[in-house]
Design a protein around this ligand. Structure first.
Ligand code: BES
Ligand code: MN
Ligand code: ZN
Length: 497
């Protein structure tokens, strides 16, 4: 859904109509161009701030209507927190989100924002612009009556000192923002509309950005021996697909970075059917695949200088006369045999074949998979961090750093032989569930069996990709978690290297 917000830049010029926004930090008066704006009102800043109870805290605000000496019909003063604080990129995105919230709150149609403070570097202003867009996003495609801010377009002009540099930074950052919004849209789509083939068709659209997209159908996957993925798909009327997206922006022949996503378009649990309460959320069980698709969009849109692969396993997990049963034993592409003890532990089956296939065919530098894999990760970490599992210290450290920079935070979880023991099976090499204890860890141990010692990280995003609490940069049900994070990972560590 194109969010109806437009962001432009202009040279510092406070001759603005609509809403004029200036910042003031804690305990201080506005500075620079913002100070000049305030002065033209002839009002005493301290007096008004005190009357409004405004202390400059991040997120606080007060407004002056129809101020004398200013062309705008509303002057909005926003707190920017302690001077020098909020210099992290994610703090600037939050600032943009907070600004959008305030502008929507006062139903501003257009706004001019004075951003000439020294801390407002092009990269940070680009984060603020990203925060504005991400906060403004709503998924209302199926509402006859749109929410107010869905109908009314918002136009924001950022008044900055170095316009060309800011324009370039915004355009570059916007690629990932569009990727996040694409991921959110995919996760929000109802499961009757977005099945496996419809998702694959969305991925095909990336060809317009120069991404090579290839699809494996059921017959192709059967030939490769992907019986774990196919076992999940066999209960559904919808055919499975493995979609491979390739962005070749790096040196020819250089090993690619690989991103793999769980794409269960609806997870009923299968024969081990889920309880009814909240089952509608399982339309979002393709959040990992959505993030991978959004990431490939981002890398291609900004022409990242890197070779990257996105592989998504698209299936639907349904109960039927053809569905797999508890007790079934499947042979994965790797040759590993898997005893199914719970058909609701299906994501790991999809990823088992997708991971093995990816390392086998592409010999990547690393594999990062994203999956709404376990409810247990939310029990362990709540909604504030995704779970990170990795067999590689360097990759884990790079991911943790990208998480802090973007606010898509990760928390490292353990792996180990004692956990691996919990998925031993009486009848096959492994079973697909270790039961309740350490549920997210045993799921990760299962995946680890299929990575063949390639540097690998698994992000369990079940508690952060959907139905998570709203934040400064997201007020909708799906967050698009992972796109900004992995775009940052690539940008900071792998481009032109
Ligand atoms: N898709 C679910 C996990 C999930 C739960 C995602 C809540 C998003 C929100 C996954 O396929 C699942 O059913 N996992 C089971 C594993 C169990 C059967 C071992 C779970 O978490 O209960
Ligand atoms: Mn499940
Ligand atoms: Zn699932």
């Amino acid at each position: 859904m194109p969010s109806r917000i437009e962001i432009k830049t202009a040279a510092l010029n406070p001759e603005a109509t609509g809403t004029l926004v200036i910042y003031a930090s804690e305990g201080a008066e506005p500075i620079g161009a913002a100070a000049a704006v305030w002065q033209s009102t002839g009002l005493d800043f301290k007096t008004l701030a005190a009357a409004a109870g405004f202390k400059g805290k991040q997120g606080s605000a007060f407004e002056v209507l129809a101020p004398h000496g200013v062309t705008a019909d509303r002057l909005l003063v926003l707190g920017s927190g302690k001077a020098g604080e909020g210099t992290s990129l994610s703090a600037w995105a939050d600032r943009g989100g907070s600004l959008a919230g305030k502008l929507m709150g006062v139903r501003a149609g257009n706004a001019a924002v004075i951003l000439d403070e020294e801390a407002a570097t092009p990269d940070r202003v680009a984060e603020l612009a990203a925060g504005l867009k991400l906060r403004h996003y709503r998924f209302d495609a199926y509402k006859a009556k749109k929410e107010d801010n869905g109908d009314a377009a918002l136009s924001v002009t950022l008044h900055v000192a170095d316009r060309p540099a800011v324009d370039a930074a915004i355009a570059d950052r916007d690629a990932a923002t569009s990727g996040t919004i694409l991921a959110r849209d995919l996760v929000h789509q109802p499961p009757n509309v977005l099945g496996t083939l419809e998702f694959a068709a969305e991925a095909e659209k990336l060809t317009g950005l120069g991404v090579d997209v290839e699809q494996l159908d059921e017959a192709a996957m059967r030939k490769l021996g992907m019986n774990a993925l196919l076992g999940v798909a066999q209960g559904s009327a919808r055919p499975p697909r493995l979609v491979i997206m390739r962005w070749n922006g790096g040196k020819a022949g250089e090993a690619p970075l690989a991103f793999i996503g769980k794409g269960v378009v609806f997870d009923s649990g299968g024969i081990s059917i889920k309880p009814g309460l909240g089952m509608e959320d399982m339309k979002g069980d393709m959040g990992g695949a959505a993030a991978v698709t959004g990431l490939l969009h981002a890398l291609a849109a900004r022409k990242a200088r890197v070779n990257a692969i996105g592989v998504i396993g698209l299936v639907e997990n349904m109960p039927s006369g053809t569905a797999m049963r508890p007790g079934d034993i499947l042979t994965a592409m790797s040759g590993t045999t898997i005893e199914i003890v719970n058909t609701d532990a299906e994501g790991r089956l999809v990823l088992a074949d997708a991971l093995w296939y990816t390392q086998d065919r592409f010999k990547p530098r690393f594999m990062v998979n994203l999956a709404t894999l376990t409810g247990a990760i939310g029990v362990a970490l709540g909604n504030d961090h995704a779970g990170l599992f990795s067999n590689n210290e360097e990759l884990a450290a790079q991911l943790l750093a990208a998480g802090l920079a973007t606010g898509e935070k990760l928390w490292r979880m353990p792996l180990g032989a004692a956990y691996d023991k919990l998925i031993e099976s009486r009848f096959a090499d492994i079973k697909n569930s270790g039961g309740r204890p350490a549920g997210s860890i045993t799921a990760a141990q299962f995946l680890k069996r299929f990575v063949n010692d390639v540097p690998w990280a698994h992000l369990d995003i079940a508690a952060v990709a959907l139905a998570s609490p709203t934040s400064e940069t997201n007020q909708s049900w799906a967050s698009g978690f992972g796109v900004a994070l992995l775009d940052r990972l690539v940008r900071d560590n792998f481009e032109g290297k």
